[in-house]
Design a protein around this ligand. Sequence first.
Ligand code: LMR
Length: 396
Amino acid sequence: MFEKIEFAPADPILGLNEAFRADPRNDKVNLGVGVYKDEAGQTPVLNCVKQAEARILADQQSKSYLGIDGHVQYRALVQPLLLGEAHPVLATKRAHTIQAPGGTGALRIAGDFIASCLGGKKVWISNPSWANHRGIFETAGLEVGEYRYYDAAAKALNFDAMLADLDQLGADDVVILHGCCHNPSGIDPTLAQWQLLAQSAKRNGWLPLFDFAYQGFAQDVESDAAGLRHFASELPELLVANSFSKNFGLYNERIGALTVIAAEQEGADRALSQVKRIVRANYSNPPSHGAEVVATILACPQLKALWLEELAQMCLRIRRMRTELADGLLAAGVAGDFSFIEAQNGMFSFSGLNKAQVARLKEEFGIYIVGSGRINVAGLTPDNLPKIIQAIAAVS
Ligand code: LMR
């Protein structure tokens, strides 16, 4: 029976890791998957996480199951982080948050919820979008369409086209919005633009689903949530899939959450019961360690302050690398204006390198970036930057 199975194509992002590992060159550089690296090229465990883990190990009494919806304290602490302590949605109890296995897991639960409870909805992703979005929603049985987002010539948001496309949608549509640090472009709407997008959702009735995987990587955790918080103030219903892989450096703990906001508390309760049904039939209940870590940090003012400081340092280092990359390309005589690299938010730079250039970077220089031309700026270090600049100059 299995002889009929065909090979699936390698994943455009995680598949690069496999090719990278198999590459024997000593000076190879992996700028594919969105993982933060420090100046020494390491992906560190944050100090706040180390301290929280020490406390957890010392205090842990049991390894019994969590509830289907996850760690109770974690769920309670995620909401104010996303929406802000004083957000009216919290006071009216119109939101439920469930722990999910990473942002991807949260999106997939959302996909199953849309497919099984909202009936016949089409999901719209930005063009371009994170390479896994389409697969997640199609695998959940949903049709996926694209709305215009990025103006490749101007290397900027094509907001008029985005709004025009979303204004064509209606109550049978779900729109995936990147809460901040748009992946892969790094270009986000301004607050004024978020406000216009929220008006479009209200006017046309489409349901927003925020993918919020980089909170804290554009400005800070509060400012980066401005668009989401505005939507939550304006709209009766909203879904939020968030991840703590990047901002807590908890990649392999697979820790994220799905938040369902409904028009009233009873609607949120009903939605939660359905989400729990979906989770139970999928992976039963989530693992606890990542949730314990995040909850321990968010609940302790000293650990939370340390986390915010460490997050700010990661963000600063990425900004520094953006400047050094842009300056380096200019100094190497590569034709073009590289100010766009510094204007982008988050871990990625959508470089404009084409598929042939990406292939040459890999084959001739052992530099791995995503086929779309997306560079993980968080993987640049003072050591690898000169080689990368030279290689880009050679293929440009
Ligand atoms: C990325 O875009 O590189 C990350 O979100 C990791 C992933 O799962 O693709």
